[in-house]
Write a protein that binds this ligand. Structure first.
Ligand code: SF4
Length: 283
């Protein structure tokens, strides 16, 4: 059964010069964005402010998460020019803050960590003063891979739990809640501003969300985003329910009370949505 979208999820479509410029630039540099690949509902809003989240390590993901519309399959070899191209695109856009994410590359021995580190370093080299937020995969818990990311010194280290522990098998069958939580713990211990995000409306209970918030708080994570899951296509998990703005507010208050300092909880919130403003508040 397809649920009718509530009014609070209505999206305003914006088409302006900034959006046209960004679209052209992404094409010119041959880059990928999670905005397009994941069919983000905020694309119009973000791109009209010349903001996008670049997706590195190719555009084919080796995993098959049931909520995500990024193409899954056998990836192409890494493009050695990708770090430089991302860095140049950021310069051309004149960004002071950027968010980078990637597909999961379980096919590579380092999970793509080396390309990750090179991308962060190249961005910083070509764009002095720019802040880099990374939204990393779990690298199957590979400590060396994670250390490689730490050594490139991103300004914010994000890793999304995506959903409550009880729904991992259904939503992220190839991932592991404990491994993801451990990444947040290790990042926070290293002193990074650590950020995670989840979707709600997948069938979780309020108590399960609260237990996740407790875990996130204990991990030392400073920033939490909570948004409504939206089904990207008929092949993906359907929306179990639309969480009301009041319930988002309740999660927000609960997380603050549990000591998470910056909580962004609303239907259209995504982990990279207005990330620069989130950073300015949390730094
Ligand atoms: S919220 Fe993030 S993924 Fe969505 S359009 Fe904005 S930058 Fe892209």
């Amino acid at each position: 059964m397809i649920l009718r979208k509530p009014t609070w999820l209505k999206i305003r479509v914006i088409s302006n010069e900034e959006r046209k410029f960004l679209t052209g630039l992404i094409k010119e540099y041959g880059l990928n964005t999670v905005c397009v690949e994941a069919k983000c509902p905020n694309l119009s809003d973000c791109w009209s402010r010349k903001t996008a989240t670049f997706m590195i390590n190719g555009r084919i993901c080796t995993r098959n998460c049931r909520f995500c519309s990024v193409t899954t399959g056998k990836p192409e070899p890494l493009n050695p020019e990708e770090p430089l191209k991302v860095a140049l695109a950021i310069r051309k856009l004149g960004l002071k803050y950027c968010v980078i994410t990637s597909v999961t590359r379980d096919d590579l021995p380092d999970g793509g960590a080396n390309q990750w580190a090179e991308t962060i370093l190249e961005i910083k080299k070509i764009n002095p003063g720019v802040k880099v937020e990374v939204l990393i995969p779990d690298f199957k818990g590979n400590r060396d891979a994670l250390n490689k990311i730490f050594s490139a010194n991103p300004d914010v280290l994000g890793h999304n739990l995506e959903t409550v522990k009880e729904l991992y098998q259904k939503v992220r069958p190839e991932a592991n809640y404990e491994i993801s939580l451990e990444i947040l713990k290790r990042s926070a211990e290293k002193g990074f501003i650590t950020k995670t995000g989840i979707m709600v409306g997948l069938g979780e209970t309020a108590n399960q969300v609260k237990r996740l918030i407790d875990d996130v708080s204990e991990a030392g994570c400073k920033v939490l985003t909570i948004g409504q899951y939206l089904q990207p296509s008929k092949e993906h998990l359907s929306v179990a329910r639309y969480v009301t703005p009041e319930e988002f507010e309740n999660y927000h208050n609960y997380a603050l009370a549990r000591g998470i300092k910056y909580v962004f909880s609303a239907p259209l919130v995504r982990s990279s949505y207005h990330a620069d403003e989130v950073f300015n508040q949390s730094a």
